[in-house]
Design a binder for this molecule. Structure first.
Ligand SMILES: *Cc1c(COP(=O)(O)O)cnc(C)c1O
Length: 494
């Protein structure tokens, strides 16, 4: 029992990992971190011998040490026992002389499944028997909403409500959400864009009247977004497991260095890699790959984070983001846990829209992190090149990573690019990148054309959408979202 969590911005309040998972965000607006991270180094030789489940138990048991071994065992079994379509869960496969870490074999075909199949298990235990009913409320630009629905569907005592911007998600993403099964789920389109939905969800969380009415019925609201410790920790596992796979393939000897290239939005995925490094994984460099929303590339290059720039809509929409929330945790660790400094940088960001880190911190940043960007055209070229040169079909997010990796000089160190979604989630953009005409084709026509052209097979849950029943057709104005959440609570918890 050593891992206590506190805010990145102060050490006033120490909580267990169970409390951190239930609360999501610290009272002062900071993110939960543990000073003890890295005190215990994982045994790489052991990791290399173990399968995904055993490595998940090792990592979770280390970072969430108020969960008993039996609890961790059950969580891992329920999250990964049968819901991924690869026995390896996150298999590593070759692409040219590099490697892809395939994170999209879960039920919704995006890497968010790895975390969102686990978070509901952890929350279920943290909530305990007879705790309040918890309604997860989530605004989504596409991937997170479906992964949350699938993870929380029919979880006792927990419900989930997802708002998506009507007409602004892909055909396939839309069908994935509105056909979701489960008695505790609600899905609703809103008239507006993702930012409108997100702002209103934040307002709903802060609505004291609503909180009181729900509390009288033994209910409360919570979020499942990527700053939750319960989403971060499960992602640490696949960095270790990828290393183990490469050792077993004879590509690495235990202890050899490795580089990871990570298509990045909110900085959750790459931060999990940094946690793995702190726990003893011999990573030389993390390459942060951005699309045209390249605020992180500028930050890593200059030490100044400046969100005052236009928001670009790209063909890798899950990385369209101007404020990468999880970066706050890296600032905490790079400053050796200087909460005061982190708090002042975050207040600069809130007040001025920008902050700069001290030189010593920038030096430590550069020792481990590199970066690069890809425009939409470069992303399309990368999709085409991966297909033509290596016969590997990649989605636009992965292609951003492959473009950035391709720009870097190669030396002897093994390189792994994280592959974050199935290309079949973004059929029309992938088809167009391969030089086919996708205009006027709906999602399924694109899916068929892509399968025919490449001889690859769409993931079964995506093909099955053809015959799935649409359960949720509501589209509402922003002003009705609060009332919708109350209705969703009544339906889920009656
Ligand atoms: C969410 C997402 C990302 C970005 O991951 P972060 O943890 O936000 O950096 C990349 N690719 C896909 C497909 C995603 O869904």
């Amino acid at each position: 029992m050593s891992m206590f969590y506190h805010s990145t911005r102060s050490r006033n309040e120490n909580v267990t990992s169970k409390q951190a998972i239930l609360e999501g965000i610290a009272g002062d607006g900071g993110l939960f971190v543990a000073d003890g991270l890295g005190e215990r180094q994982l045994d790489l030789a052991l990791v290399a011998r173990q399968d995904y489940g055993a490595n998940a138990r090792l990592v979770l048991g280390t970072l969430l040490d108020d969960f008993s071994p039996e609890e961790v065992f059950g969580c891992v079994e329920r999250a990964y026992g049968s819901s991924f379509d690869s026995p390896a869960v996150t298999p590593v496969s070759p692409i040219g002389t590099d490697w892809l870490l395939e994170l999209y074999h879960g039920p919704t075909s995006a890497f968010k499944d790895v975390a969102l199949q686990m978070l509901p298990q952890l929350m279920g235990i943290a909530r305990g028997q007879g705790g309040k009913d918890v309604m997860i409320v989530c605004a989504t630009s596409g991937d997170t909403g479906k992964a949350a629905l699938e993870g929380f569907a029919d979880k006792p005592g927990i419900g989930v409500t997802v708002f998506y911007p009507a007409g602004k998600v892909s055909d396939i993403q839309h069908l994935q959400m509105v056909t979701q099964r489960g008695s505790n789920v609600s899905v609703c389109g809103i008239e507006g864009n993702f930012d409108d939905a997100q702002s209103e969800v934040k307002r709903i969380f802060a609505d004291a009247g609503l909180a009181r009415r729900l509390s009288e019925r033994g209910q409360c609201l919570s979020s499942a977004n990527s700053i939750n410790v319960g989403r971060l920790v499960p992602q640490v596992v696949y960095y270790f497991d990828a290393y183990a796979q490469l050792v077993r393939k004879g590509v690495l000897e235990t202890g050899d260095p490795v580089d990871f290239c990570v298509p990045t939005g909110n900085f959750g995925d790459v931060l999990a890699g940094y946690y793995a490094k702190r726990l003893g994984l011999p990573v030389r460099t993390f390459v942060v790959a951005s699309n045209s929303n390249d605020v992180l590339v500028d930050f890593i290059s200059t030490g100044t984070y400046d969100r005052r720039r236009p928001f670009m809509k790209t063909i890798s929409p899950s990385m369209d983001i101007l404020v990468s929330s999880n970066l706050e945790r890296l600032l905490f660790y790079l400053s050796d846990g200087d909460c005061e400094l982190v708090a002042s940088l975050m207040s600069d960001l809130a007040e001025r829209g920008a902050y700069s880190i001290p030189d010593a911190m920038a030096e430590r940043l550069h020792a481990t992190f590199a970066c690069g960007r890809a425009t939409d055209d470069e992303t399309r070229s990368a999709i085409r090149r991966c297909w033509e040169d290596d016969h590997v079909l990649v989605d636009p997010h992965t292609a951003v990573g492959m473009h950035v990796l391709g720009q870097r000089e190669r030396d002897g160190v093994a390189r792994v690019c994280l592959s974050t979604a199935s290309p079949y989630k973004f059929c029309s953009d992938v088809l167009a990148a391969l030089g086919e005409d996708a205009s006027g084709k709906d999602g399924f026509a694109c899916m068929d054309a892509l399968a025919e052209l490449t001889g690859t097979t769409p993931p079964a849950p995506l093909s099955a959408l053809r015959s799935a029943e649409v359960r949720f057709a509501d589209v509402i104005g922003i002003d009705r979202m609060g009332a919708y959440v109350e209705g969703a609570c009544e339906r889920a918890f009656s």
